[in-house]
Design a protein around this ligand. Structure first.
Ligand code: NAD
Length: 381
C-alpha cells in the first residue's frame, strides 16, 4: 500500500505529517511513501530531501489523494479534502470528531476509515502515539519562549557591573502536559517559577522541576484528580473564590503568567480576571494557552497579541506547535508512524485495522461506512 501526505491547506499551518525520517521507518513497514510537492517546505524539509529518503514527490494534492491508500495529515480535512475520501482509503489526522459533524457525515458517506489522532487513548501503551501530548509539550515550551520575547528583561537574576538584576517571577496556571513543559522551560531559564493546579497530586512533579507549588488557604482538599482519570472537573464556588483570592495576591508580584487550564469538553475556566491584569506591573506578559477554548484570561483575544492600557502584553496565539514546525512535524510524524506500526503487525505494507485493539478502536471514528465515535472505554490502562 502507499501512504501519502499532502501539503496542509489551513492558513498559516507549517507542520507536515511525514518527514524524511518517518518515511524511512514507514518503508521498513513495507509501505511506499509519497508527498505532495512542497508539503514539507514550511517545516524545513525540501522535496529533494524527501526524494533522497525514497519518497515519491507528487505534483498536485488532487493526484496525491487519488494515488495513495492511506493519507496522513495534521489538520482536520476541509471540504475539498473530504470529497477526496473513498471507501478504499484510510485517513489519519486530527479530526475533531466531537465538533465536526459535517466531516464525520462526509467520511461515513464516503465509506472511508478515519483515525483521529486526538482520540488516541491516554494509556501507557499508547504514549508513543499521543499527539495531543507531543503538541502540548511544544506549546508549553514555546509559550515561555514567546513570553520571553515580549518581556523586556532577563529571566535569570544577575549581578553585573552595571547593576543587580532580580530574577523574573513566572506563574504557570495548570500543570498538565503543556504546563509542566512550561515549568521546565521557565526554571531552566532561571526564573522563580510558581505553579498551580486543581489536582494536588501534581505538586510533587512541580516541585521536582524546581518550581514552587501554590497552595490555597482552603479547608477542603484540592480536588482528587485520581477520581477523574487525571483530568480536572468543575470546581465549587468556594474553591474558585479561594483560587481567585490567591491569584489576586500574586498578580502584582509576577512578571509572566502562562495559563494552560482546561477541563475536557468545556469552555476554559476564567481564572485571570480584568482586575488581576490591571494589578500587574507594566511590561508583564500573559500567554493564554487556553485561548482556543475561550481563554483563561478575561482579556485574551484569540490569535492576537494585545497590550493593555497599563502595559501588560496578552498573547492569545493558537498556533504554537506550528511556530516550531520542524520540531512539531518530527514528533507528530513519529506519532503517526507508531500508529502505522500498530496497524501493520506483519510489516507487510498492508493495514490490519483491528477493531479489537483498544488503541486502534479508540482512535477510529469512522469504519466501513459507520460512525464509531465515541468509542467504548479502553479495557486496560
Ligand atoms: P488538560 O490540557 O486537560 O488541562 C491542563 C491542566 O489544567 C490540567 O492539569 C488540569 O488539572 C488543569 N486545570 C483545570 N482546571 C483548572 C483550574 N481551575 N485551575 C488550575 N488548573 C486547572 O490536561 P492534559 O495536559 O491533557 O493532562 C491531563 C491529565 O492526563 C494529566 O493527569 C496527565 O498526566 C494525563 N496524561 C496521561 C497520559 C498517558 O498516560 N498517556 C498522557 C498525557 C496526559
Amino acid at each position: 500500500m502507499k501512504i501519502g501526505t499532502p501539503k496542509e491547506v489551513f492558513d498559516g499551518e507549517n507542520r507536515v505529517a511525514m518527514t524524511p525520517d518517518s518515511a524511512k521507518q514507514l518503508q521498513k513497514l513495507g509501505y511506499a511513501c509519497a508527498i505532495e510537492s512542497g508539503a514539507g517546505a514550511g517545516a524545513g524539509f525540501s522535496d529533494a530531501v524527501y526524494e533522497e529518503a525514497g519518497v515519491e514527490v507528487i505534483k498536485t494534492a488532487a493526484a496525491l489523494w487519488k494515488e495513495v491508500d492511506i493519507i496522513a495529515k495534521v489538520r482536520q480535512p476541509n471540504e475539498t479534502e473530504l470529497k477526496r475520501l473513498s471507501s478504499d482509503k484510510t485517513l489519519i489526522s486530527f479530526f475533531n470528531p466531537a465538533g465536526n459533524e459535517a466531516g464525520m457525515d462526509a467520511a461515513k458517506a464516503k465509506g472511508a476509515n478515519v483515525i483521529a489522532m486526538e482520540m488516541v487513548p491516554r494509556i501507557s501503551r499508547a504514549q508513543k502515539m499521543d499527539a495531543l501530548s507531543s503538541m502540548a509539550n511544544i506549546a508549553g515550551y514555546r509559550a515561555v519562549i514567546e513570553a520571553g520575547n515580549n518581556f523586556g528583561r532577563f529571566f535569570t537574576g544577575q549581578v553585573t557591573a552595571a547593576g543587580k538584576v532580580p530574577p523574573a517571577k513566572v506563574l504557570i496556571v495548570g500543570a498538565g502536559v503543556a504546563g509542566l513543559a512550561a515549568i521546565g522551560t521557565s526554571t531552566s531559564l532561571g526564573a522563580i517559577t510558581y505553579a498551580f493546579d486543581v489536582r494536588p497530586e501534581v505538586a510533587e512533579q512541580v516541585e521536582s522541576m524546581g518550581a514552587e507549588f501554590v497552595y490555597l488557604d482552603f479547608e477542603e482538599e484540592q480536588q482528587d484528580g485520581a477520581a477523574t482519570g487525571g483530568y480536572a472537573s468543575v470546581q465549587s464556588d468556594e474553591f474558585r473564590e479561594a483560587q481567585l483570592a490567591k491569584f489576586r495576591e500574586l498578580a502584582p508580584e509576577v512578571d509572566i503568567v502562562i495559563t494552560t487550564a482546561l477541563i475536557p469538553n468545556r469552555e476554559a475556566p476564567e481564572l485571570w480576571t480584568k482586575d488581576m491584569v490591571e494589578a500587574m506591573k507594566p511590561g508583564s506578559v500573559i500567554v493564554d494557552l487556553a485561548a482556543e477554548k475561550g481563554g483563561n484570561c478575561k482579556l485574551t483575544v484569540m490569535d492576537e497579541k494585545i497590550v493593555t492600557d497599563n502595559g501588560v502584553t496578552i498573547i492569545g496565539y493558537t498556533d504554537f506547535p506550528s511556530r516550531m514546525a520542524a520540531q512539531s512535524s518530527s514528533l507528530y510524524a513519529t506519532n503517526i508512524r507508531h500508529m502505522m506500526a500498530d496497524l501493520t503487525p506483519e510489516k507487510d505494507g498492508q493495514i490490519n485495522h483491528d477493531m479489537e485493539d483498544d488503541v486502534i478502536r479508540g482512535a477510529t471514528v469512522t469504519f466501513e461506512g459507520e460512525i464509531t465515535f465515541p468509542p467504548p472505554p479502553p479495557k486496560v490502562q
